[in-house]
Design a protein. Sequence first.
Length: 195
Amino acid sequence: MAAIQEFEIPKKNIYCDWQSGKDFDRPAYQKLLKRLKRGDLLVIKSIDRLGRNYDEILRQWQHITKEIEADIVVIDMTLLDTRNHDQNLTGTLIADLVLQILAYVAQTERDFIKQRQQEGIKAARDRGVKFGRPENKVPAGFEEMCDRYLSGQITVRKAAEMMHMPPSTFYRKARAKRLALESECQMVDFSERSC
């Protein structure tokens, strides 16, 4: 925020996205695009704050500068300042090349982040790390209550109520037990046939 203070932008015209720049379906960015009009100035700290998708950065840059006809200033790269309308062809070429290189770097960095994340997840799984919420332990007496439910002696609601569990949790765990039992039975049948 300190970097944009020199532009004296009113607080109501500052848009912050709190999600990844992998695409441009970000709420604050979409709101900004709707309000942006000809002659406005879009100030961005660095090109990777605009986005991290090479093709989409170039497309959005073109949309803002050519279709909306607003200007863009990238604070960290003075060459990317479209307010210089009197640029000669060489200046425009250099600015376009810099934009393409920086967009490429932003996309590449995103790809590296994804790759490192996947490698980290795989390494953690190989070490036995479990992701997600820890599984709830079944209460004492669950096996007996599950057998009663599976044999039709009691409803899932009644069994869950007696176990002080939500019916969906009881059903899911009872179903897992039933599937495990069926799997064991199939293995026993197969081994008996092979004898």
